[in-house]
Design a protein around this ligand. Structure first.
Ligand code: SAM
Length: 260
């Protein structure tokens, strides 16, 4: 059966990398694991060597047929759906969500899970290397941007290792990376309004090469930067996550309108 491009199907075939992935996920009895996009079971089957049951979400009926053939029904709960259409409540019961994500919607999936606040404490995903770099980048790194700030507010993120195209079939044109996101037990300092935070981060990175003064033109005045103790001359990529939080707190507390 041919891999379907429209579903982002690049199957893991390299045993060395598969065992590295399983080692990082470290499935243990008591873990309630959900896998997104199990495909033919390259990760699913070795996980089931460590625990008795797994839940999976897979959009492609052909993959589901293969999985049903390979894995006994009592060990697997299969949801034949588009992961992006599933109700948030569903994800809350899992403490680990894993997957070699379809790259065309990887960021969307991760952002969806981020916003489910009491959702799983650990996420293990394969994504495009550039996306992994953006998710894990620290301030002043060229990859530091909107995705870094939003995700690192909620999670401790780490790029665990890279995988070359030859680890997959068919081989993708890009390098991949395996990442871990561990939800923070306690967030401190905290944002006041999560939607404003997202909006502010969006504005901050709207023109990456410009200074924050420029990106917040008509929103923040020189006196605001003074109060915030943030130089207006720096670029947003130089701000720390705590400074972004401070910025949101300030804007929200002072009722500053940024809906322009
Ligand atoms: N886990 C397998 C592996 O590593 O070999 C397959 C990974 S492949 C990169 C991505 C998988 O996600 C495919 O099985 C694909 O059918 C499935 N998929 C694509 N879009 C999906 C969606 N919106 N919801 C659920 N599964 C999806």
């Amino acid at each position: 059966m041919r891999a379907k491009k429209k579903f982002g199907q690049n199957f893991l075939v390299d045993r060395y990398f598969i065992s590295k992935i399983i080692k990082e996920i470290n499935p243990k009895e008591g873990n309630n694991i959900l896998e997104i996009g199990p495909g033919k079971g390259a990760i699913t089957e070795p996980v089931l060597k460590k625990i008795n049951h797994i839940s999976v979400v897979e959009i492609d009926p052909d993959m589901i047929k293969i999985l049903k053939h390979k894995i006994t029904p009592k060990k697997i709960s299969i949801l034949a759906e588009d992961v992006l259409g599933i109700n948030d409540e569903f994800f809350k019961k899992f403490n680990k969500i894993i997957g070699n994500l379809p790259y065309y919607i990887a960021t969307e999936i991760i952002l969806k899970l981020t916003k489910i606040y009491s959702s799983p404490s650990e996420l293990y995903f394969m994504v495009q290397k550039e996306v992994a770099e953006r998710i894990t980048a620290k301030p002043s790194n060229k990859s530091f941007g909107r995705l870094s700030v939003i995700l690192q507010y909620y999670f401790d993120t780490e790029l665990l290792f890279e995988l070359p195209p030859v680890a997959f079939f068919p081989q993708p044109k890009i390098t991949s990376a395996f990442i871990r996101l561990i939800r923070k037990k306690r967030i401190s300092p905290k944002v006041i309004d999560k939607d404003s935070f997202e909006q502010i981060v969006k504005i901050a990175f709207s023109q990456k090469r410009k200074t924050i003064k420029n990106n917040f033109k008509n929103i923040l005045l020189d006196k605001d930067f003074l109060n915030l103790e943030i130089s207006p001359k720096i670029r947003s990529e130089a701000l720390t996550i705590d400074q972004f939080i401070k910025l949101e707190n300030y804007v929200t507390q002072n009722n500053i309108n940024f809906d322009c």
